[in-house]
Design a protein around this ligand. Structure first.
Ligand SMILES: [Zn+2]
Length: 189
């Protein structure tokens, strides 16, 4: 990697070194081991756009780690578990349509949306929310989720509608019981 050195007045090779650097993240100082380009001729620290981006990214992830927030890759993993697009997942959670896309691209989520995503990693919690918000999704999105949930529970027919259940395994049965207990109000109406 090369950078321009204002000391040597030429494009020089980078000698990569680590320095403790502090970045402001959401009003908080986060210190990381930042990778910095130094001039291979005179040793001066040089600014490099690509490295700066990499260091800011590292500071963001350090902030998320410190606050026990899900990392972008983990959010993506939870969404993909249900085979949902970013916008469908956002609609289901009650977020703005672009929100999940922003989180997966590194934007730091607040604690409340973070906790919601964290909870729906649990399939029972996901089903409760899905039952409440399924009207927000398209027919195609609903069909895809139905297929995924059937695979999770190993049930042969629809198990989440509150009307009719069919079990073909104890594991499925157990999960459904838990689910129906939590949905008593819905079923009574
Ligand atoms: Zn130099």
């Amino acid at each position: 990697m090369k950078s321009f050195c204002s000391n040597c007045l030429s494009l020089v090779d980078c000698d990569m070194q680590f320095f403790k650097e502090t970045y402001p993240v959401k009003g908080e100082d986060v210190t990381i081991d930042a990778r910095i380009c130094t001039c291979s001729v005179c040793g001066k620290r040089l600014w490099n756009a690509k490295l700066d981006e990499e260091n800011v990214e590292k500071a963001y992830r350090a902030y998320q780690h410190k606050h026990k927030l899900l990392l972008p890759a983990q959010i993506k993993q939870i969404r993909e578990k249900y085979q949902l697009s970013q916008s469908a997942f956002a609609k289901l959670l009650g977020f703005g349509e672009k929100t999940i896309s922003r989180y997966e691209n590194g934007y730091i989520q607040d604690e409340v949306p973070n906790n919601l995503i964290y909870l729906v990693n649990d399939t029972n919690a996901f089903m409760l929310l899905y039952n409440k918000n399924k009207d927000k999704l398209t027919e195609a999105e609903r069909q895809r989720i139905d297929r995924v949930l059937r695979q999770f529970y190993g049930c042969s027919t629809t198990y989440y509608s509150g009307e009719m259940y069919s079990f073909n395994s104890m594991r499925c049965n157990t999960n459904i019981v838990k689910f129906t207990v939590m949905n008593t109000e819905d079923n009574a109406s």
